[in-house]
Design a protein around this ligand. Structure first.
Ligand SMILES: CC(C)(COP(=O)(O)OP(=O)(O)OC[C@H]1O[C@@H](n2cnc3c(N)ncnc32)[C@H](O)[C@@H]1OP(=O)(O)O)[C@@H](O)C(=O)NCCC(=O)NCCS
Length: 183
């Protein structure tokens, strides 16, 4: 059974993700991150336990990222990974998202899920925001893949006006170093 994750499943889905992270297959996720992003996750339940997980992160008006996809080793090759991705596709379509992307080493698997390889440079900059946390940042060898969903593309929104009470985020936050935009 595939379902949306609840907070009670965070320890189990976190273990599946972080076991894979030990092998360099994906980023490690702290429990703090996982609880904060619990609404991203779809889980596979078999034998009364969480055996697979997949996250869907909204990037922009027309794009979302499939991430942290992992199936427990004993449950692989049974179609669970594909069902998790299909569940994210269903959610993306419900949300009106035009395109899903992923960064992966599992090109063949994602091809079976309807994705195709694209030039990494074609993806929006925001996709790379997490790469600073990745030890392979300077030598990333993941491939970029996308799948267009059954939702029309929408015109990109106009540039966002600054909020009246918006506090500028310091570009450099270090003792003794002035930030570039708080002076
Ligand atoms: C990648 C992973 C999620 C696949 O999950 P799975 O449940 O074993 O995959 P499925 O059984 O749903 O496979 C779906 C299809 O992809 C194919 N496939 C799955 N893994 C494959 C691989 N490594 N190479 C080639 N084909 C693969 C299957 O043969 C199947 O093909 P079919 O359409 O002909 O039936 C799983 O192997 C895993 O957790 N790996 C470790 C974590 C990881 O690398 N995650 C990806 C990070 S982006």
């Amino acid at each position: 059974m595939i379902r949306r994750a609840g907070v009670e499943q965070i320890p189990a889905l976190g273990k599946i993700i972080n076991d894979c992270a030990e092998y360099g297959l994906m980023l490690h996720r702290s429990w703090a991150y996982l609880y904060e992003h619990v609404r991203d996750f779809h889980v596979a339940i078999e034998d009364n336990q969480v055996v697979g997980v997949c996250g869907l992160n909204i990037i922009w008006a027309n794009m979302a990222e499939v991430y942290a996809l992992a199936v427990a080793p004993a449950y692989r090759s049974r179609g669970i990974g594909r069902r998790l991705v299909l569940s994210c596709i269903d959610e993306g379509e419900e949300l009106g998202i035009h395109k899903l992307m992923t960064l992966t080493y599992e090109g063949k698997f994602f091809e079976r899920c309807g994705f195709h390889v694209v030039d990494r440079q074609s993806l929006p900059m925001k996709v790379w925001s997490e790469c600073v946390r990745c030890p392979k940042n300077q030598a990333c060898d993941e491939i970029a893949m996308v799948r267009v969903l059954d939702v029309p593309d929408i015109a990109p929104p106009p540039a966002e006006p600054p909020g009246k009470y918006e506090v500028p985020v310091p570009l450099v936050v270090r003792a003794g170093v002035k930030s570039q935009n708080v002076d």
